[in-house]
Design a binder for this molecule. Structure first.
Ligand code: SF4
Length: 508
């Protein structure tokens, strides 16, 4: 389906000639993924609430064109500011492709005069923007809803591109590579209740199962918490989105009431990490169900699951329990910092089966620092045991370890490709013939790309730009050859593991 036929509720179309600032909000991947993220709804609402600004959306895939807005077909390059939300490192390729096909100079140094200001935000660049500096005028480091109005004010008041960038560089939480600072402080909101929240969210008018349907279905996204109170050694969110903050129960109920009056949905999807830590979660879920609304929650920590919570979730239509043991080995799980025992996981799954759940999604990581083959076999044993004892259908997502900037494992190497493949095979072989078990995995080659972009530095610019011309894994190999820059081995480069890290200036 293209945006020719795409119908949506709650879109906002303004007369471009009656506003001062045209803002293009871009998601460098599919419409479905972009519409599932809360960032799009937050910025769309905040920006369009301003009388002086018109914000329209662009997606790399699935709409009429990546360079014509969904709302009014406004050409990408007509925007004064183009803002990207970068959720996954490898989407930098799509970001470059969108700029290129929209006739916006790809390299920041080639932009001048009337060219749009290109801004990128999200956890990836909050942790390490350096590999992307060639393509971006300004990065938002930390929580963008705290600084978005100041960014628009700069775009409106600056008399020249240089003046706008100079003003942007002075803002807390904004990093302008052309105007380096010795220190960039991250913006963090302390009181979530005080933030404006999107209560009239855009919903595509598509049938269930359509590829344009958001991942959680047509639902009102309710941000319950931000950040995480844990800090598992590998986890980006657990490190760059600290501390965990929570909306009050009264505020959350108000948002559900007002949100479902203004958004044509019958379901609430709760958003936040480690939601089970929240004392009021059961109250919130059961109250939401009592309002005749469906409800879904993301992955829960196994030690936070209670029978009454799960029963309410079943009443609200949730039938899949999602847990992330990370590994079947209790010792390795301790080393990861997960703080979960086997008994917590077994107990949560048993409780879910009794409450009426019929499927289980488990997340594991292979190639963790210090992992042995016995640890992998322990993961297989856990998958098999949980499938047998619960009788539920089990999907185990087994993904390679990816070292991420600013985590406690930022200096750890990623095992070689062959090793990652071999480890994955142990898992696949271990569950072979079990009809109720499915294994899903990120291709280790993609994990390689993601790792290089996570911990790389600004020398990667040319290889990224060249890879964007070709696409796919083969494109990265070809780009390595053409530029002479080793890219795919960045994450296990021995020197990298010793040197000063490129993102040190972000955590001073
Ligand atoms: S893995 Fe989950 S619990 Fe651990 S830090 Fe990340 S979000 Fe928090």
């Amino acid at each position: 389906m293209s945006s020719n036929t795409l119908k949506e509720f709650n879109t906002i179309i303004k007369d471009s000639s009656s506003v001062d600032v045209l803002f293009g909000f871009c998601y460098p991947s599919t419409y479905r993924a972009g519409m599932t993220g809360l960032a799009l709804h937050i910025f769309y609402t905040l920006l369009n609430a301003r009388e002086d600004t018109s914000c329209e959306r662009y997606f790399r895939f699935d709409t009429l064109s990546p360079t014509l807005s969904v709302e009014s077909k406004r050409p990408l390059r007509n925007n004064h500011v183009i803002g990207f939300s970068l959720t996954y490192e490898e989407d930098i390729i799509h970001l470059i492709q969108m700029l290129d096909s929209g006739n916006v100079p790809v390299r920041a140094e080639d932009r001048s005069g009337e060219d749009s200001i290109v801004i990128v935000g999200g956890p990836v660049v909050t942790a390490n923007p350096e590999p992307f500096v060639d393509f971006v005028d300004a990065f938002v480091v930390g929580e963008g809803d705290l600084v978005i109005h100041e960014i628009v004010d700069c775009a409106k008041s600056g008399n020249s591109r240089k003046e706008v960038l100079t003003e942007l560089a002075e803002l807390r939480g904004v990093y302008v590579p052309a105007i380096p600072k010795s220190k960039v402080e991250r913006n963090i909101i302390h009181n979530l209740d005080s933030l404006d929240y999107p209560v009239a969210q855009i919903i595509p008018n598509v049938v269930e199962g359509s590829r344009l349907e958001p991942v959680f279905g047509k639902s009102f996204l309710l941000e319950v918490t931000r950040g995480c109170g844990h800090s598992c050694r590998f986890c980006l969110i657990g490190h760059v989105c600290q501390p965990r903050r929570t909306r009050s129960l009264n505020k959350l109920k108000d948002l559900v009431r007002i949100g479902t009056e203004n958004t044509p949905v019958e379901k609430v999807s709760m958003v936040g990490s480690s939601l089970g830590d929240l004392d009021a979660l059961e109250d919130l879920v059961c109250w939401t169900v009592s309002q005749n609304l469906g409800v879904s929650v993301p992955s829960l920590r196994a030690d936070s699951v209670t029978e009454s919570l799960l029963k309410c979730l079943v009443q609200g239509g949730q039938r899949t329990l999602t847990i992330a043991p990370e590994t079947g080995s209790p010792e390795l799980r301790r080393s990861v910092g997960k703080g979960l025992e086997d008994s917590d996981i077994e107990c949560a799954v048993e409780t879910a089966a009794q409450a009426g759940y019929n499927s289980l999604k488990l997340y594991f990581i292979t190639g963790l620092p210090g992992e042995t083959d016995d640890d992998i076999k322990a993961s297989v044993d856990m998958i098999v045991k949980l499938s047998k004892t619960s009788g539920m259908r089990v999907t185990a997502s087994v993904n390679p370890f990816i070292p991420k900037a600013q985590t406690r494992w930022e200096r750890e190497a990623q095992p070689p490709l062959d090793e990652l493949r071999r480890k994955l095979k142990i898992v696949e072989k271990g569950v072979k013939g079990r009809s109720k078990v499915t294994i899903e995995s990120l291709d280790p080659r993609n994990a390689r790309i993601q790792a290089a972009l996570s911990v790389g530095d600004r020398s990667l610019g040319p290889v990224i730009q060249t890879a964007a011309k070709y696409g796919g894994y083969g494109g990265w190999r070809r780009a390595e050859k053409e530029t002479g820059i080793s890219f795919l081995s960045v994450a296990n480069d021995a020197e990298r593991l010793q040197n000063e890290l490129p993102w040190e200036f972000l955590r001073k």
